[in-house]
Design a protein around this ligand. Structure first.
Ligand code: MN
Ligand code: MN
Length: 316
């Protein structure tokens, strides 16, 4: 635990929840990593999108709808900011329209966080940003286990003749040796595909729980399988918001029906307490497609669940 007396949300009894600058959960905006345990970091880049775009506004949307979150998590239970210091690090610099350049910027921007021993929670951005984030994670931690909640495997070899989109990050991550595939899981895969081999791409590389399987075996058994697979080594959790059913998260780039509700998402993340997390992201949130802001609100609550997992890790 660090000295974190200043690094906690604004006091809601002194400053109303709608007041203040829109940092995540009204945490202080801090870029000096001394004494920081966890940092929320925006990655406002969506040039990797292949269908709808607009995830560049994801960080802003998620921050805006985080302001009702309260510091005590009753289910674990834990008072998050008594266990760890949290800050909003701001957004990493990117160059819209220029994917390789932006990926280099994102990796360079994320490296100091991992190197400082901070556990970052990144707010995407399209899913292509997970590749430079995993490069940065592996630079400190070596190959990490990936726990991916997603409708899609994102394992394409390429797309439209290009190598990098939001449909390819984990193919590149495997090729580059960033992942310990023997400990990794993809959860929630579903929807129409191009041919019979598509699902096999995931199953050849990872432990897979498809959406149909998850509906059949339930949340508890799924958690058990992910945990068994992940073991004790470092874990990076990536949460593509299209894992959620579009009824609960319509504001995303490639929605797939037949997914999961908000309660199931929270239970799944909570059930992973105790794994050795070194980083998180939540990606593909698109406020422009998000009536009543329900997608951003759910994403903010998923980030809050990540924070509780970090607080539990820091609790000694
Ligand atoms: Mn997806
Ligand atoms: Mn994805």
């Amino acid at each position: 635990m660090s000295d974190h007396s200043n690094y906690r949300p604004l006091d809601a009894m002194a400053y109303p929840r709608f007041a203040g600058i829109r940092t995540f959960m009204r945490l202080p905006h801090v870029t000096d990593l001394m004494g920081v345990d966890m940092a929320v970091v925006g990655v406002p880049f969506d040039t990797g999108g292949t269908f709808r775009v607009g995830a560049r506004f994801g960080p802003e949307g998620i921050r805006q709808h985080s302001m009702l979150l309260r510091p005590y998590h009753p289910e674990h239970p834990i008072d998050i900011f008594k266990q760890c210091a949290g800050v909003d690090y701001g957004d990493l610099p990117v160059t819209p329209g220029y994917l390789p350049e932006s990926h280099a910027q994102i990796e360079a921007g994320a490296r100091p966080l991992f190197a400082a021993g901070v556990i970052p929670i990144f707010l995407g951005g399209d899913h292509s940003v997970s590749l430079p984030l995993l490069r940065a994670a592996a630079a400190t931690h070596g190959p990490v286990a990936l726990i991916q909640f997603d409708s899609h495997g994102d394992l394409w070899h390429g797309y439209f003749g290009g190598k990098d989109t939001h449909g390819t990050p984990f193919r590149r991550a495997v090729e580059e040796g960033l992942l310990d595939t023997t400990r990794s899981s993809q959860v929630g895969l579903r929807g129409s595909v191009y041919d019979q081999a598509d699902m096999a791409m995931s199953q050849e590389l990872f432990h897979v729980v498809t959406a149909v399987e998850l509906h059949e075996i339930g949340v508890k058994e799924t958690i058990k399988r992910i945990r068994q697979r992940a073991g004790h080594g470092p874990v990076y959790l990536t949460f593509d918001i299209d894992f959620v059913d579009p009824a609960y998260a319509p504001g995303t780039g490639t929605p797939e029906v037949g997914g999961f509700n908000g309660a199931q998402c929270l239970q799944l993340v909570r059930g992973l307490a105790g794994l050795n997390f070194i980083g998180f992201d939540v990606v593909e949130v698109m406020p422009a497609y998000d009536p009543a802001h329900i997608t951003s609100l759910l994403a903010a609550n998923i980030v809050y669940e990540f924070m509780a997992l970090i607080a539990l890790q820091k609790q000694t």
